[in-house]
Design a protein around this ligand. Structure first.
Ligand code: NDP
Length: 458
């Protein structure tokens, strides 16, 4: 790690995983796994490339493009593409590293990777975004493929961009193959893929609630704070509403909207926000009408956690490090019982320390925290199912895919729970197991064993 002093996000992700392994009995039982951890922290391959494209004025523009092919022990590299001005190698290495163990937790045969560009889709025309996608894939196509590396969407990359990227790959390679997931439902995409991360997150939290309450409680009647208003946040909100919860908030990079009435944010509001986001507009644009001004208060530049009042469930679903230590304390004070990350590394290490400390201290009455690796694995899981459908040249029904998604989320939850019980000594009787430690250890063991079998370490 000392060779990478300027990669703060990657170091944070590495330390979070390493500390849970070190604080468990794993290295006592299997000391050789320390070698596996060190080796798995170095990507198999990092590809960096220049993307030049023409804007609407005919002027040349350029961006930095990347693909981190982190680990292929379990299958082809798999992980999204992020188009956002903050993208750099540290962020993509953190996302790729997390992706390895998340993908292992899905139980599917997919390795871990991540990519993207420091391109900002905001303020660009559809024509400019399409041109950028063509230029980006012109460089990336030679490095990916259905059995090599299968990217998907992430922040700033929606099904529209996947379509343009796919068309470019196909033209370049003269090959129709499942080289990307998140494709359109009528041309090779899996049904339920757009919904999968948000739905899977809610299925996972439902399992947490049922486990912690011995089956007495569910989403019904729960007050849920959500951050973000993109793909993950929208579908998490819709599924939670369907299960009887009240959505207190959504947010974007400019601020948060908080529902004024006890009804919370309604499905029609989420649809209106989805339409707005396709047009790359801000939540503030919604508040220009009196209908929405009456429904929501707007907190400029703020995240929702300290603004929602009494809350039962918090689902960070925007970006990394979007819950600080102080915000975590505020959530505990506000009565939150469940926190699960829709976003990757949504909680800062300080926030995780607050939640995990509370879990140990308060035992049965504690807040229960689920890391993104486990709670948001539904998206990549259905991407894995999309790869299977493409290979078979078949399309499964929504019901089939949804039922498989539920099965995967259930297995992932049980795996984290059982592994925590096996490797982490509870500090007191009645303590809820650490889902962060259990999920990290379960994912790591699967990857480390496969790497050893393939001669990556010995
Ligand atoms: P989208 O681009 O659809 O939405 C992102 C949302 O987060 C937008 O509301 C955006 O605001 C907000 N946001 C982005 N950056 C920031 C920032 N720096 N500060 C505050 N808000 C920000 O992305 P997704 O919904 O797909 O992804 C959200 C998170 O979920 C990411 O962490 C992603 O890695 C993770 N994830 C996504 C999966 C998927 O299947 N899509 C799978 C697993 C994890 P604005 O509209 O103003 O830009």
């Amino acid at each position: 790690m000392s060779n990478y002093p300027s990669e703060p996000e990657f170091e944070q992700a590495y330390k979070e995983l390493a500390s849970t392994l070190e604080n468990s009995s794993l290295f006592k039982k299997r000391p050789e796994f320390k070698t596996a951890l060190a080796i798995s922290s170095v990507p198999e391959r990092v590809i960096q490339f220049r993307v030049t494209w023409e804007d609407d004025k005919g002027a040349v523009q350029f961006n930095r493009g990347y693909r981190v092919q982190f680990n292929s022990a379990l299958g082809p590299y798999k992980g999204g593409l992020r188009f956002h001005p903050t993208v750099n190698l540290s962020i993509l290495k953190f996302l790729g590293f997390e992706q390895i163990f998340k993908n292992a937790l899905t139980g599917l045969n997919i390795g871990g990777g991540k990519g993207g560009a420091d391109f900002d889709p905001k303020g660009k025309s559809d024509n400019e975004i399409r041109k950028f996608c063509v230029a980006f894939m012109t460089q990336l196509a030679r490095h990916i493929g259905a059995d090599t590396d299968v990217p998907a969407g992430d922040i700033g990359v929606s099904p529209r961009e996947i379509g343009w990227l796919f068309g470019t790959y196909k033209t370049q390679k003269n090959l129709w193959e499942g080289c990307l997931t998140g494709k359109g439902g009528t041309w090779g995409g899996s049904l339920i893929r757009p919904e999968a991360t948000g739905y899977g997150l809610v299925y996972y939290v439902d399992l947490m609630i049922k486990h912690a309450s011995n089956g007495k409680e569910s989403f019904k009647g729960k007050r849920v704070a959500i951050s973000g208003s993109g793909n993950v946040a929208q579908y998490a909100a819709l599924k939670a509403i369907e299960l009887g919860a009240t959505i207190l908030s959504l947010s974007d990079s400019k601020g948060a909207i908080i529902a004024k009435s006890d009804q919370g944010i309604q499905p029609a509001d989420v649809q209106a926000i989805a339409k707005l986001k396709v047009e790359r507009k801000a939540l503030t644009d919604l508040l220009t009408t009196s209908e929405y001004k009456d429904k929501f208060t707007y907190e400029e530049g703020a995240r929702p956690w300290t603004k929602v009042g009494k809350v039962d469930i918090a689902l960070p679903s925007a970006t990394q490090n979007e819950v600080s230590g102080d915000e975590a304390k505020a959530l505990v004070e506000a009565g939150a019982k469940y926190v699960a990350e829709g976003s990757n590394m949504g909680c800062s290490q300080d926030a995780i320390d607050v939640f995990e400390g509370n879990r140990k201290e308060k035992k049965g009455d504690a807040i229960w925290y689920a890391p993104g690796k486990a709670a948001n694995c539904g998206g990549v899981a259905v991407s894995g199912l999309e790869m299977a459908q493409n290979s078979q040249r078949l399309s499964w029904t929504s019901e089939e895919v949804d039922s498989k998604l539920k099965g995967i989320m259930t297995a992932c939850f049980k795996n984290g729970l059982d592994t925590a019980k096996e490797y982490v000594e509870p500090s007191a009787e009645g303590e809820l197991p650490s889902l962060v430690a259990g999920s990290n250890i379960a994912g790591f063991i699967k990857v480390a064993e496969a790497m050893k079998a393939q001669g990556d370490w010995w």
